[in-house]
Design a binder for this molecule. Structure first.
Ligand SMILES: [Zn+2]
Length: 278
């Protein structure tokens, strides 16, 4: 599932290829991607508008329109946003097509159709897209300072892994980057958030920033299923830098001593090194 670095890579592509563009016409195929509203609402909400900016909060893409509304795109498991010249053969599972005024088309493609495209009124975000209204601090788009992070972890008696995955606390981190961040911070995923030393809190804070920024620079992680790609269809390369995610049974490249272990709880896998993570 695309996480903050992958969605940020798509956002940067949208900034280059969609911002300032006028949407001439909209086609909606599968109604499931517009399930919060309707096919008609998406077509009416987008047609004739100009995309003014490309923002991101957590894993949500938010594109303000000149009508005052905003377009929200969530990739969920397998969604892709692609741009291509009009007339290009569309891939299977292309559910939304926006015809832009520069001769390109913007596609929302999603084989598993958990993703969605919504037009909403930002003045009523808490009613129309309540999940956006309750997102926690975004570690890249917002200023996640050490005091803020300390407040967030100390006020909760949670295990670190589920805490990092909780989008209401910190928005954008999913299974891959939670494991990589905790490895970089040398913290076991089952450590309690309210029992960290100041040194560990500092390391966690620094690791969140360095891992996410490095992953953004690498264009995100594209795993074996190749479902995540950027706007031009290119794959990310950060998977080559994963230290623990997907490396169960391998020797830890950080300490050179431990063997990467994989555990599963609540249907989510966790990868860590029992030697360098304490
Ligand atoms: Zn290790």
């Amino acid at each position: 599932m695309p996480e903050l670095p992958e969605v940020e890579t798509v956002r940067r592509g949208l900034e280059r290829h969609a911002v300032g563009r006028h949407i001439r016409e909209v086609e909606v195929g599968r109604e499931r991607v517009v399930r919060r509203t309707s096919r008609r609402a998406l077509i009416d909400g987008l047609t004739g508008t100009t995309i003014e900016a490309a923002r991101r909060r957590g894993k949500y893409l938010l594109l303000p329109l000149d009508s005052g509304d905003e377009m929200m795109i969530h990739l969920r498991m397998s969604g892709q946003v692609l741009v291509a010249p009009a007339g290009t053969e569309r891939p299977p599972h292309t559910h939304v097509v926006m015809h832009l005024d520069d001769g390109n088309e913007l596609w929302f493609v999603d084989p598993r159709t958990f993703g969605e495209v919504v037009v909403f009124d930002p003045d009523h975000v808490d009613v129309e897209v309540p999940d956006v209204a309750v997102l926690g601090v975004d570690p890249i788009a917002d200023d996640l300072t050490l005091p803020t992070l300390r407040r967030l972890v100390r006020s909760r008696r949670r295990r670190l892994k589920p805490l990092l995955l909780d989008q209401h606390v910190i928005a954008g981190i999913g299974n891959i980057y939670a494991d990589e961040i905790l490895h970089a911070a040398r913290l076991r995923p089952d450590r309690r958030s309210d029992e960290l030393s100041l040194r560990s809190e500092r390391l966690l804070h620094r690791s969140i920033g360095t891992i996410l920024r490095a992953a953004i620079e690498a264009g995100g992680s594209t795993l074996g299923d190749a479902q995540y790609v950027d706007l031009m269809g290119g794959e990310g390369s950060y998977q080559d830098d994963h230290r623990v995610y997907g490396r169960a049974g391998e020797r830890c490249s950080t300490c050179g001593v431990g063997w990467i272990r994989r555990t599963v709880s609540a249907q989510r896998s966790t990868h860590f090194c029992p030697v360098c993570q304490r």
